[in-house]
Design a protein around this ligand. Structure first.
Ligand code: GTP
Ligand code: MG
Length: 286
């Protein structure tokens, strides 16, 4: 994931938060002047879809790993498919931010549902390499109390730190691990963090994903602990084994980090469109 593009306010804020890491080139696309790429405001979702500007001159890269971030209820998210089509010669993954649905207007609810479903279908059909669903309310629960002033900033930091560390681990060799190659590609995913501080490990997922097929745990452990902590391997093994279930493949990897603190990030995959409490449509029955 070398290029990160955000569409709309939430997308731009999260893309910008990625820029603290030197590995990413980020682009925020929005209607305000402060955005990296400013586009003309439109009144409706449909107008953004029909009149989305050609940004190919600004987004000139090809064959890159691109991560696109957007939040469904926003009117500007109506342009997401046009934006994706302009990035077609890249490997594209999307982070879809689902906000608190109870606080949305009817129009926003409809827009949110359309964008969430279409993006998941794009992932299922392979146009997208994958989609990561994240739910603001779930992230908030995983963090605990969040002050109002710094609310989105704290959420966004949790999001980018988690994706960045998983990205780093996915591109490193584990010290030890059992990565299982999934039998079928599941392109709908979410991420989470395991709290290792408590006696009982606590998993905090950023989305309540259903029909899960594969779960991967990435442990980041400091060099000293890797050398000296004799109980660690058993603890990790016990935890991973406790997750085994007939329907789910469980993999893990232990990676060396330069930090003293231990980390565990996780990712889980499903091949089913997540309908979030809506009645099943045809697309959900496969
Ligand atoms: N995680 C996260 N969510 C945000 C952030 N900012 C806004 N949101 C959520 O995103 C939803 C969509 O709001 P915006 O991102 O402001 O909308 P937009 O994409 O700019 O779309 P417009 O309606 O065209 O302005 C809101 O319901 C907020 O809950 C952010 O920085 N981080
Ligand atoms: Mg906006």
């Amino acid at each position: 994931m070398r290029v990160v593009g955000g569409l709309g306010n939430a997308g731009c804020n999260i893309a910008k938060a990625f820029s603290k890491f030197p590995q990413y080139t980020t682009y925020g696309i929005d209607t305000n002047k402060e955005a990296d790429i400013t586009i003309k405001p439109r009144r409706t979702h449909e107008e953004y879809d029909h009149h989305f500007p050609n940004l190919k001159r600004k987004l000139k890269f090809i064959n890159e790993e691109v991560l696109v971030i957007t939040c469904g209820p926003g009117t500007i998210s109506g342009g997401i498919l046009r934006l994706l089509s302009q990035l077609e010669n890249n490997t594209i993954r999307v982070i879809y931010v689902q906000p608190d649905l109870t606080l949305l207007s009817e129009t926003q609810k409809m827009q949110e549902k359309v964008v969430r479903n279409v993006l998941q279908e794009y992932a299922r059909s392979g146009i997208l390499e994958g989609i990561y669903l994240i739910d603001n309310t779930a992230i908030e629960r995983s963090i605990g109390d969040v002050s109002i002033a710094a609310y989105y900033e704290i959420l966004n930091q949790a999001i980018v730190n988690t994706f960045h560390m998983i990205n780093v681990f996915e591109n490193s060799d584990p010290v030890i691990g059992n990565f299982i190659t999934p039998t079928e590609i599941s392109r709908i995913a979410t991420v989470g963090v395991v709290n290792l501080d408590n006696a009982e490990e606590e998993e905090n997922w950023f989305y309540d994903l259903t029909s899960v097929r594969d779960v991967v745990y990435y442990y980041g452990i400091g060099r000293e602990d890797l050398k000296n902590d004799g109980t660690l391997f058993r603890k990790i093994n016990d935890f991973v084994k406790s997750k085994i279930d007939d329907n789910v493949n469980i993999s893990y990897g232990v990676f060396e980090t330069g930090y003293e603190q231990k980390y565990c990030y996780c990712i889980k995959y499903s091949s089913m469109v997540q309908s979030y409490g809506e009645l099943l449509d045809d697309q959900d029955i496969s």
